[in-house]
Ligand binder design. Structure first.
Ligand SMILES: Nc1ncnc2c1ncn2[C@@H]1O[C@H](COP(=O)(O)OP(=O)(O)OP(=O)(O)O)[C@@H](O)[C@H]1O
Length: 369
């Protein structure tokens, strides 16, 4: 097929290609009832003019936190005008001004001017409006750790949660969403005086939950018969072993694209294998780009050495090359293994860790290192 044929080819495998988009809100949203109930309980008092509770929403990436809050928000907004629900992606909005501007947009329908109006003025306008309408504000801050990197969290939490002191009757709560679990501790230290949250936890999905969710997505996104159960199981297995739900959803889309470019009416094993290869190669490129100089130096040594070099011999060569200590060599080797760029395997002889074989997990000819 020529390029033009590919572009103009009008038979598609996709019934709804948007079903694989990051912002698609799945109509079937299972396995998160407990968490959504907890969110609803925290918001419920506000629907009757009472005080809503704040929450920390915790869970690893792609466990459904953002989707859950958006679903709950939709339901709240469908049933009352007493609660203003604002969702902020803190990767996009990192300043107090940026965030309060989004709240302004939600309430008044437009952003305030970017210059000339101070934060305090916009803040006052918002709080007076909430006070006048007897409305509560529920502010969801997704990936809130980004606010801490810019040191803006503490003040913002204070502004929002202490609003009632200056504007009596105004009720506010914050849902702080975190996917970096280690960050939780830093978080507690930073804002503990004004922020007294309950915790809502999103555990990782099991294999069968992943398979179930991906199957729903297949039904929403592809025409019937495009993807059979065997390939779906392989995608679910890969997702469970190697990544998060987003990996699975992306794989579905790229299998579809590859099959379509092949003018096929269905997704075959070959299309799946190609999708996996390209995914793995993108991952390896990203990992390689993230290495420090010393890590890259060790990796180069492994690439240039004989097949399956022993860890002991590699260590000698590396210490010679970089003049580093034995423990620093070990740490660097562990890091490369952790990133899954290499494997180490015991040969069963030799002293301590030195008899491990070091094996590259990718073909260096395919990448710029
Ligand atoms: N229970 C589910 N049913 C259907 N789709 C789901 C479910 N949970 C997550 N997803 C899908 O997985 C993707 C990631 O979900 P979401 O963005 O809600 O996760 P998250 O926990 O907020 O992730 P992050 O921490 O990375 O922001 C989305 O495409 C979402 O539609």
């Amino acid at each position: 097929m020529g390029i033009e044929d590919i572009l103009m080819h009008d038979e598609s495998l996709f019934q709804n290609i948007n079903a694989f988009d990051p912002d698609y809100l799945p109509p079937n949203y299972n396995f998160r009832d407990t968490q959504m109930e907890a969110m609803a309980m925290a918001i419920r008092p506000a629907m009757r003019g009472g005080q809503p509770s704040s929450a920390v929403v915790l869970g690893s990436p792609a466990t459904g936190k953002t989707t859950a809050i958006k679903k709950v928000y939709e339901l709240v907004e469908k049933n009352t005008e007493k609660v203003v629900c604002v969702y902020i992606n803190c990767q996009l909005h990192t300043t107090r001004f940026g965030i309060i501007s989004q709240v302004h947009k939600k309430i008044f329908g437009f952003l305030p001017p970017e210059t000339g109006v101070p934060f305090a003025r916009i803040y006052e306008k918002i709080m007076l409006e909430l006070q006048k309408n007897s409305q509560s504000l529920i502010l969801a801050l997704d990936d809130v750790n980004y606010l801490f990197q810019s040191n803006n969290a503490n003040k913002l939490f204070y502004d929002i949660l202490r609003a009632y002191e200056e504007y009596p009757g105004v009720k506010t709560a914050i849902f702080a969403i975190l996917s970096d679990l280690e960050f939780k501790y830093a978080f507690d230290k930073n804002v503990n005086t004004v922020f007294i949250p309950q915790e809502i936890t999103f555990p990782p999905y099991s294999y069968s939950e992943i398979e179930n969710i991906l199957k729903d997505r297949v039904n929403a996104g592809f025409y019937p018969g495009v993807l059979d159960d065997d390939i779906l199981e392989q995608i679910a297995t890969f997702t469970f072993d190697n990544g998060d739900l987003r990996t699975g959803i992306n794989l579905l889309r790229s299998c579809g694209n590859i099959a379509e470019a092949d003018a096929s009416r269905e997704i075959t094993q070959k299309h799946f294998d190609e999708a996996i290869d390209s995914l793995v190669s993108v991952n390896v490129s990203q990992l390689l780009a993230s290495l420090t100089d010393i890590e890259r130096s060790l990796l180069e040594l492994i690439i240039d050495s004989e097949d399956n070099i022993l860890a002991g011999d590699l260590g000698e060569a590396f210490r010679e090359k970089e003049k580093v200590s034995y423990s620093s060599y070990n740490r660097t080797l562990d890091k490369l293994e952790f990133l899954r760029l290499i494997d180490t395997k015991y040969t069963g002889s030799g002293v301590r860790g030195n008899s491990r074989e070091v094996i590259l997990r990718f073909n260096p000819d395919d990448f710029d290192i």
